[in-house]
Design a protein around this ligand. Structure first.
Ligand SMILES: [Zn+2]
Ligand SMILES: [Zn+2]
Length: 144
C-alpha cells in the first residue's frame, strides 16, 4: 500500500496488511488538521518505507511533546516515528488505493468540539454542492 501528500512530494509505502484506524478528537489534533479529528493508524517501522520527499517534511513540536510533521509544500500531515516505540504514525487520508481497514477507535471524546456530532438529519451529498451559493444557503439553516 502506498500513500502520498496532497502535492505528491512526500510518498511512502507500507508492507503487509493495514491495521484498523483511530480518530483522536483532542484540541491539538483539531488544530493540526483544521477538522473535528485526525484519522490515523500505526504500523511497525520495519513495514514502512519512504519513497520520496523526506526533505520536504517540517517537524513541529509543542513543549508538551505533541508533534506534528507536515509537507512544507502542501501542508498535509505526514507519517512520523512514535517516540519510545518501533511504530510509525500514519495519517489515514494520505493512503491511496483500496483499504479494507476501518475506524475502530475514537478517543478524547470528552474534549471533542461542540460541533463534532453525528446527526442523521445532516444533508449528505454524493458529490459537490451545486455551487458555492447553494452550499452557503445550506449553511444558513438553523439546524440540519
Ligand atoms: Zn505535499
Ligand atoms: Zn489528539
Amino acid at each position: 500500500m502506498q500513500g502520498e501528500c496532497l502535492c505528491g512530494a512526500v510518498k511512502f509505502e507500507i508492507a503487509g496488511e493495514l491495521p484498523n484506524l483511530y480518530q483522536c478528537h483532542c484540541s491539538l489534533c483539531r488544530k493540526a488538521t483544521g477538522s473535528n479529528a485526525n484519522a490515523a493508524t500505526l504500523v511497525h517501522q520495519e513495514n514502512f518505507k519512504w519513497i520520496s520527499g523526506q526533505e520536504n517534511i517540517t517537524s513541529f513540536q509543542k513543549a508538551t511533546d505533541y508533534r506534528s510533521d507536515f509537507c512544507s509544500v502542501c501542508g498535509s500531515p505526514t507519517p512520523n516515528p512514535l517516540r519510545n516505540s518501533n511504530l510509525m504514525w500514519i495519517p489515514a487520508g494520505l493512503l491511496t488505493g483500496d483499504i479494507d481497514a476501518e475506524i475502530v477507535v475514537h478517543f478524547h471524546m470528552a474534549s471533542s468540539a461542540s460541533w463534532d456530532k453525528d446527526s442523521e438529519h445532516c444533508i449528505r451529498l454524493e458529490a459537490d454542492p451545486e455551487s458555492i451559493n447553494s452550499l452557503n444557503e445550506m449553511l444558513q439553516r438553523t439546524r440540519c
